[in-house]
Ligand binder design. Sequence first.
Ligand code: UT7
Length: 324
Amino acid sequence: MNKTFSTVLGTGGFLPQKVVTNADLAKTVDTSDEWIVARTGIRRRHVAAPGETTCDLAEQAAAAAISAAGITASDLDLIIVATTTADYVFPSTACVLQERIGAGPCPAFDVQAVCAGFIYALDTADKHIRTGAARCVLVVGAETFSRIIDWSDRATCVLFGDGAGAMVLGAGGEPGIMSTHLYADGKYKELLWVPSGVSTNYQAVTGARAYTQMQGPEVFKVAVQRLGDAAVHALGANGLSAADVDWLVPHQANLRIINATTRRLGLADDKVVLTIADHGNTSAASIPLAFDVAVRDGRIRRGHRVLVEGFGGGFAWGSALLVY
Ligand code: UT7
């Protein structure tokens, strides 16, 4: 029997209109454009308007991906949204999105793996397609991380931004997605987290809202090691080397982390898709947004081999290798 694989039919991305530059942040916290650029590579980020939600961003990215794929929303038979900043406690953002885009009553659910969320969602979608459970899947990474940032905390507020990216996957006779590798290690949970939630009742106990907290240097060290490992595993599982890769589309958290992965793989700098300067870290949205940018500007072309990797709170991380 012929095998079924996932292929990328189309991509989309969306960024909210408002741009906050490093110079803007330097007016409200003790930071500088020089420090942020030197330590992170970030120059500006987009921030959602009051009332603009994660699903609003997801809807625009999804519409662009559906149009690029040449399908209609009614063709979808699965919707997965990777997000840490859902519109509601419930229902899932995927269910809200399903109604917005006019999809049929297909399964729809959210995946929560913070900055690795898109890789987790891609893996889940790929497995549905490979097993024949779905033939046309919308995978979205969408975030309004600005809502869980303390804008007076310079250690975190300079890093994050809002946005959404999307991919439509279809069933095909050839990969497509060659492999996915997922990992998690909950012992690191307190190095990068928002220590509140529905069940912990943080606000009632402390009288304060909780925001993103990060032990930056500790996160940095583990991220460099684990992302490098995940990229090496992706290549090894396919019997390939970095020379066989056309593009690396990394999670955009810190340019120095990306450079460390590039060096470890021995990959040329001009094979790396970078959006970090303009987007900052958009968590689950960062990989599909960067992917879409490089598709639309003509860098990623049909037949190119693309390595994607992400790392975030949990810690959760992973990689995927695909032929676009
Ligand atoms: O996407 C999820 C995964 N997240 C990540 O991968 C993020 C990983 N971590 C990082 O990217 C980096 O650790 C940061 C960018 C967050 C911080 O960079 P760093 O080089 O590790 O800086 P640091 O935290 O060691 O701080 C160095 C100095 C400190 O001052 P002293 O103690 O040397 O006087 C900080 O207080 O820089 C200071 N600092 C700042 N200065 C200006 C920290 N944040 C800022 C700031 N502006 N925004």
